[in-house]
Design a binder for this molecule. Structure first.
Ligand code: AMP
Length: 193
């Protein structure tokens, strides 16, 4: 199964992607996690990305595309993958389509987790407290910026997949379990196909 999870920061993409990874035995690829790992490792790409991430902006498309192209080429991705936090721009979505076409891989589905801005602010506030500062971009100031970036640059990615007839939207306002069930309903159709 080859999936994309779309949705604003704090929508629960990471949580849902982890449960999909366990349930379907596919690899969870989070570009945010990859960038944070590069920062922790002191890699040059991480140092450049940190400043951008801390102000809530997007890391340049070419940097992200290179990272994801390498990860999708690893053997563990061959069985299937769930992309979390990528693509975040239409240019990234187009690059992904090209990359997969060249490798003869078909995406099954993009799932959009819809949550309103007020709820996201509440969740990020909680996450900032619970993570004990582990994520330096989980502040209300950075979140406001990340939401603007989401609405201007990432929301069009959902339209990109909508036009291809490949997207399903789930209500992300409920509990984690409710969202998981809503996603599973769509995935059962994919696994039956
Ligand atoms: P996330 O963990 O997905 O919320 O990502 C945290 C931060 O990493 C984002 O706010 C961006 O600065 C950066 N980032 C993650 N994925 C991407 C991407 N696909 N394109 C550009 N920047 C990204």
């Amino acid at each position: 199964m080859k999936l994309i999870l779309l949705g604003p920061p704090g929508a629960g993409k990471g949580t849902q992607a982890k449960s999909i990874e366990e349930k379907y035995g596919i690899v969870h690829l989070s570009t945010g996690d990859m960038l944070r790992a590069a920062i922790s490792a002191g890699a040059p790409v991480g140092n450049r990305a940190k400043t951008i991430m801390d102000r809530g902006d997007l890391v340049p498309d070419d940097v992200i595309i290179e990272i994801i192209a390498e990860r999708l080429g690893r053997p563990e991705a061959a069985k299937g993958f769930v992309l979390d936090g990528f693509p975040r721009t239409v240019a990234q979505a187009e690059a992904l389509s090209d990359l997969l076409a060249k490798r003869g891989i078909n995406l099954d589905l993009a799932i959009e987790i819809a949550v309103d801005d007020k709820k996201l602010q509440d969740r990020i506030r909680t996450r900032a407290k619970e993570s004990g500062g582990a994520r330096t971009d989980d502040t209300l100031e950075t979140l406001s910026k990340r939401l603007i970036v989401y609405h201007t640059k990432t929301a069009p990615v959902a339209d990109y997949y909508r036009k291809k007839g490949m997207i399903k939207r789930v209500d992300g306002m409920g509990s984690i379990d409710q969202v998981t069930t809503a996603i599973d309903d769509h995935l059962s159709v994919v696994t039956e196909a």
